[in-house]
Write a protein that binds this ligand. Structure first.
Ligand SMILES: [Zn+2]
Length: 302
């Protein structure tokens, strides 16, 4: 059975796995960045490499340059235009190496092995964290786009008169619904983290919202409303079956998912939008590894 190496480049750890075409994980490893990202990558790949691998797939934090096969993850300053495809190919001589963004791999992994695998022709994966990323699976294939940037749902404008986004545009959903944006808005509206001098972050905000703190609840409602706009916009354009939500903010569970489903339920108009299914990820980081493997295995063609 065909097996490939999957690599997931996160901001603080690198994960890898050998995964076969049935979706079985034959080996798994994860390393902190430690003594340098390049040395860690080599250790990960050489530790997992074995005879008979058909190739490798890599999911990486962005920005990426797909044509050049390079990555410049924001949280890894030592890697700017790092030639990750050439580096991994050099460790697996003669094997094809595929690259995509981490959120794109999350979407593809959810489509292939997630809770609704086999039920969705079109799936949008969205990662709500310090930023907001996404990936679009159309008929079983991750759609990367000519520059590799398809799925940048965090930069859909949901408030044309809103706050300026670091990307240069105005009112992007990321300026409202990312963890730092929600925290900033809640503090400005008088939120007291943890009811007093708690840590002012998205985790505390979620905990406060879960016990009914009105400012924290309002921050989640505002974020859910912005996310609903971006999701319905995408669904209207691409006839999406399923949205899978992951990332640190999504770890808030029902605190985010309940107002999000409610906002979508209230505002979805056309029948094909009312059938949109919104789910929290049940796979965690494994979605990214499965997606990276799927880049190399192409299960839609199997
Ligand atoms: Zn933006």
């Amino acid at each position: 059975m065909t097996a490939v190496l999957a690599v997931d480049i996160g901001g603080t750890t690198f994960a890898g796995a050998v995964i076969n075409s049935s979706g079985a994980i034959l080996a798994h490893a994860e390393y902190p960045l430690g003594d340098g990202p390049t040395a860690t990558l080599r250790r990960l790949v050489t530790g997992l490499a074995r005879p008979g691998l058909a190739g490798a797939g890599i999911g990486s934090a962005g920005p990426l340059d797909l044509a050049a096969g390079t990555v410049s993850p924001v949280n890894i300053p030592g890697w700017r235009r790092f030639p990750i495809v050439a580096e991994v190919a050099g460790l697996l001589p003669g094997k094809p190496v595929a690259l995509a963004g981490d959120a794109q791999c999350m979407a593809l992994g959810e489509w292939w092995r997630g809770g609704y695998a086999g039920q969705a022709r079109t799936l949008l994966g969205i990662v709500v964290s310090t930023g907001i990323g996404g990936g679009l699976v159309l008929d079983g294939t991750i759609y990367l786009g000519p520059t590799g940037n398809a799925g940048h749902i965090g930069h859909i404008t949901v408030d044309a008169t809103g706050e300026r986004c670091p990307c240069g545009a105005t009112g992007c959903v990321e300026t409202i619904a990312s963890g730092p944006a929600m925290t900033r808005w809640a503090l400005a509206s008088g939120w007291q983290p943890g009811g007093g001098p708690g840590t002012p972050d998205a985790k505390t905000l979620a905990a406060d919202a879960a016990v009914g703190d009105p400012k924290a609840v309002a921050a989640f409602a505002r974020a859910a409303d912005a996310l609903a706009t971006a999701l319905l916009t995408t669904a209207a354009l691409c006839d999406i079956d399923t949205v899978v939500v992951g990332g640190g903010v999504a770890a808030a569970g029902p605190t985010l998912m309940d107002p999000l489903r409610q906002a979508i339920g209230e505002r979805a108009g056309l029948p094909f939008l009312r059938r949109l299914r919104i789910e929290a990820t049940g796979m965690g980081r494994h979605a990214g590894l499965y997606g990276a493997a799927a880049l190399a295995l192409n299960p839609a063609q199997a």
